[in-house]
Design a protein around this ligand. Structure first.
Ligand code: NAP
Length: 387
């Protein structure tokens, strides 16, 4: 396979380190015993060990498999892993290959493996052949309202893919580390706010229920078979790559379109609805951190701050130098029936165990998104037409 280089598992590296130390310490002791005048100083030995390990490490490329690589998080995660020297392989179903183009120039730096995520045997063969050190299971129909149209398909993709991949790792007998993309939608109809890792789950839609099933499947496999598997319970995270169906992008695209005179108004639902919104680039970092930790654990990931849709609208329009009250029209028909106001993360565990904190503020995030939409509209790379 192109770009395939020597793979040394973590176990082999520790073994190598142990053997090297043993040999060097023995020769050091022997030198001392025979009173050799050329006893090397101890820090010289340490440096030598590190140099040899560095030479081996240079030849070691970790392989990461990513499902959902063509999505928002897949893009940022691939970027992060490539920068760290990983060999990144996206598992993309044959009928979705065209969407690899969404990755732009990044597509040339990764490998794509065409595989049906509902095919257990095919996934087993892929895992066996590619022997990944890490798997990030991100594939999901992530626009929550759509899950009502196909609850069973949603369940099969989300829970099915997690189950099939974990089973493959176990059957092949690998020490692969597994990340499951869980969601704050699993908390659903919350009875307390903010939520942490101990908060009970009460999902309110098929998407949340499917994510919860996948989460428990992962927990069971970890408990029963000792797999290194973690779940990141992530709150809403956005970027210029969010599809326009999501409210943040709907607003940023509209603000940029109005600025350019391409449309006159923006129709919105409940402006008082609140969310814990973060930046996707920050959130993929913690996915990776979870898989580098000593122990596999689950983490609630969010900013711990709520912002209203009105805040979002105000910031987006202000970035364009516009007064939002002149353009935004509230349409009660757009209110969501399962609207909840209390989904707010308590990310204390991630901060204390992993040292993770979001870096990009809500204001900076929205500004990034509006400016990108303005640039896209000016260059004609997207159409302004959304309602
Ligand atoms: P996204 O941009 O919607 O990407 C979803 C990915 O899943 C895409 O690669 C998409 O492929 C793939 N996918 C969708 N339906 C599929 C199907 N039937 N078969 C195979 N692949 C399919 O989502 P994201 O924002 O990157 O989120 C990544 C993961 O985190 C998802 O599991 C999501 O549920 C979860 N999550 C996201 C958030 C958030 O706020 N972003 C919060 C909590 C959890 P195509 O490109 O071909 O459509």
């Amino acid at each position: 396979m192109a770009g395939y280089r020597c793979h040394i598992a973590d176990r082999q590296i520790s073994h190598l380190r142990f053997v090297l130390k043993l040999h060097l310490i023995r020769s050091y002791d022997a030198c001392k015993f025979f009173g050799s005048a050329t006893v090397p100083p101890k820090n010289f030995i340490r440096r030598l060990i590190l140099a040899i390990i560095a030479i081996y490490s240079r030849n070691m490329v970790k392989t990461a498999l990513i499902t959902g690589i063509t999505g928002q998080d897949g893009y940022y995660l691939s970027q992060l892993l490539l920068a760290q020297g990983y060999r990144v392989i996206g598992l993309v179903p044959p009928d979705r290959q065209a969407n690899v183009a969404k990755l732009g120039s990044l597509a040339a730096k990764i490998q794509i493996c065409a595989v049906d995520l509902t095919d257990s045997t095919a996934l087993l063969q892929v895992v066996e052949k590619l022997q990944p050190q890490e798997i990030y299971n991100l594939a999901a129909p992530s626009f929550v309202p759509d899950s009502w149209n196909d609850p069973l398909g949603t369940l099969d993709l989300i829970t099915g893919t997690a189950t099939r991949l974990l089973t493959a790792v176990r059957q092949v007998g690998l020490a692969t580390r597994f990340y499951q993309a869980s969601s704050s939608e699993m908390f659903g109809d919350v009875d307390r706010s903010p939520q942490d890792e101990e908060t009970p789950f009460r999902p309110m839609n098929p998407y949340g229920a499917a994510k919860l099933h996948a989460h428990w499947t992962m927990v069971h496999q970890r408990q029963r078979y000792g797999l290194f598997a973690c779940s990141g319970i992530l709150y809403n995270h956005e970027s210029p790559l969010r599809p326009p169906a999501f409210v943040t992008r709907k607003v940023t695209l509209a603000a940029a379109s109005i600025k350019l005179g391409l449309r006159d108004t923006l129709e919105m639902g409940n402006l008082d609805a609140k969310r814990d919104w973060g930046y996707a680039g920050d959130y993929v970092e913690v996915m990776w951190q979870m898989l580098q930790a000593k122990e596999p654990q689950d983490y609630v990931i969010g900013t711990g701050q709520l912002h209203s849709v009105m805040d979002l609208v105000k910031i987006a329009f202000e970035c364009m130098g516009l007064d939002w009250t002149r353009y935004v029209v509230v349409n009660p028909k757009l209110f969501r029936p399962d609207e909840h106001f209390q989904l707010l993360a308590n990310p204390t565990k991630a901060k204390s165990n992993l040292g993770w904190e979001p870096k990009v503020s809500f204001e900076v995030l929205i500004e990034k998104m509006v400016l990108k939409d303005l640039e896209r509209l000016k260059t004609g790379s997207i159409a302004p037409a959304i309602s």
